[in-house]
Design a protein around this ligand. Structure first.
Ligand code: MF3
Ligand code: CO
Ligand code: CO
Length: 257
């Protein structure tokens, strides 16, 4: 069952053993992708190597066939916000920002993470955008603890990013995750009027702010039906972790230690 986008499923200790393994495999696959990022490499080559790695470790891609998505992961270059489709003709160039987003299924459990990587030397604005997008994710993660409102995540991220004048994407957000790719709760990365539900131990969800150098508005590519672009053509960067609310705070399930 790939979707259960409204319900919040609290995980037991036994469930968490499965979640930790799936999240670890997602993180290891993303690490492999990061080591491949170099000028001249195609996004399809990254896709294929990661697909082989997931298989070797008895996992599989959650994105392949998800609502018809055609590939094992997403590769989003420069003005692409997310859901970019790997292609043989898309070869990385010096100065590119490329986000690789990987979701694996292992023994029925889902793990989801992404990072933006630099290809060669970045311009100063691109370097700052990437650094601040990563920091924005951590600011959100630092808000996670039992009893806190879900809305605090977006409030803190927005407060951190505001001085830079960046746009925080609103059309997509983080999500609960477990035996389904997308469960409740929805995780906005900007301030909203409702503070949302309170966090509880056993909740697992992603924080994955998409940060545009310009305006927050985006559109979906008409030709492929997937690629999400910034409306104003500005650069975009994103980082994502899958998290667990613990009795005392937060555990970052997709972190490699
Ligand atoms: N991994 C993405 C997320 O963070 C979702 C990708 S869905 C796809 O939620 F179909 F585009 F691959
Ligand atoms: Co993802
Ligand atoms: Co996600």
């Amino acid at each position: 069952m790939p979707e259960d986008s409204d319900r919040i499923h609290l995980k037991s200790e036994a469930d968490l053993a499965g979640m930790r393994r799936a999240c670890r495999l997602a993180a290891e696959t993303l690490d492999l992708a990061g080591r491949m990022v170099k000028e001249g490499v195609s996004t399809l080559e990254i896709n294929d190597a990661c697909a082989a790695f997931m298989k070797e470790h008895h996992g599989k891609s959650a994105t392949l066939g998800y609502r018809g998505y055609p590939m094992h992961l997403c590769t989003s270059i420069n003005e692409v916000v997310c859901h970019g489709i790997p292609k043989a003709k898309d070869r990385l160039k010096n100065g590119d920002l490329v986000n690789v987003d990987i979701t694996v299924i292992l023994d029925g459990w889902y793990g989801d993470c992404s990072r933006t990587f630099a290809v060669g030397a970045l311009s100063e604005p691109a370097r700052l955008l990437m650094e601040r997008a990563e920091r924005a994710m951590w600011v959100g993660i630092e808000a996670v603890r039992p009893g806190e409102f879900m809305g605090t995540i977006g409030e803190r991220i927005e407060a951190y990013l505001k001085p830079f004048g960046y746009g925080i994407v609103r059309a997509l957000g983080g999500h609960g995750i477990g035996r389904h790719f997308h469960e409740g709760p929805f995780v906005p990365h900007h301030r909203q009027s409702s503070r949302g539900p309170r966090m509880k131990p056993g909740m697992t969800f992603t924080i994955e702010p998409m940060v545009n150098e310009g305006h927050w508005d985006v559109y979906v590519d008409e030709d492929d039906g997937w690629t999400v672009w910034t409306k104003d053509g500005s650069l975009s960067a994103q980082f994502e972790h899958t998290l667990l609310v613990t009795p005392t705070g937060v555990e970052v399930l997709t972190r490699l230690d």
